[in-house]
Design a binder for this molecule. Structure first.
Ligand code: HEC
Ligand code: HEC
Length: 144
């Protein structure tokens, strides 16, 4: 065997070995079932509805929603979240929870007198909280 083809052969052998090792170490989160098998859906978890704000863990994190959101419809015509999340002088505090100014800046950076279109679908960024265990370990450290 020529010297160069021996090197190529050795590298290929190492890579195949490594790939096998990785495959052996990885466990799919859906378990060992074959892909075409339909698994039972995981149990729905209860939202924590305690009115306490969940602490943010990184800058620019959209705060989690500290209340359930299942009954608040958001579609082309209506956005129930806005019933309480628009500044409404005269309304009681629980129905006048302000959104940040960032929500009123259009995509070209200009301040608008209405909610920016890109913020209409609140649940794209704000999700309610559940007491779920992390799926995999992580050494992420919060900002504080
Ligand atoms: C019936 C009134 C009401 C409706 C409707 C409502 N909210 Fe709220 N929301 C509140 C109140 C009250 C708070 C608590 C305010 C606080 O903690 O300072 C709150 C808090 C929040 C917060 C946390 C803000 C923070 O500073 O941490 C988010 C995010 C939020 N709501 C998102 C939503 C979204 C998304 C919807 C629609 C799916 C929605 N809310 C609908 C009343 C409402
Ligand atoms: C594109 C993502 C995105 C969308 C869509 C969005 N938000 Fe936010 N929101 C954020 C982020 C990020 C923050 C935190 C940073 C900031 O204040 O700009 C935030 C902050 C907030 C806060 C906390 C304000 C404060 O002063 O602490 C409230 C309340 C809120 N959003 C409500 C809403 C509601 C209601 C909607 C829908 C009408 C909505 N957001 C849509 C990303 C989003």
């Amino acid at each position: 065997m020529k010297h160069s083809s021996f090197i190529v052969f050795s590298i290929a052998a190492i890579l195949i070995g490594l790939a096998g090792q990785v495959a052996a170490d990885l466990n799919s989160l859906r378990g060992a079932e074959a892909v075409p098998t339909t698994l039972a859906a995981p149990k729905l978890m209860k939202f924590i509805n305690d009115k306490e704000n969940v602490e943010r863990t990184f800058e620019e994190q959209p705060p989690l929603t500290p209340h359930t959101n299942e009954k608040y419809t958001i579609n082309l015509q209506t956005n129930k979240c806005l019933d309480c999340h628009m500044k409404q002088p005269g309304k009681d505090e629980a129905k006048s929870v302000e959104m940040s100014e960032s929500h009123f800046i259009g995509r070209d950076g200009v301040k608008l007198d209405r909610l920016a279109g890109g913020r209409h679908f609140c649940t794209q960024c704000h999700v309610p909280q559940v007491d779920a265990k992390p799926l995999i370990g992580s050494n992420f450290q919060t900002v504080k």
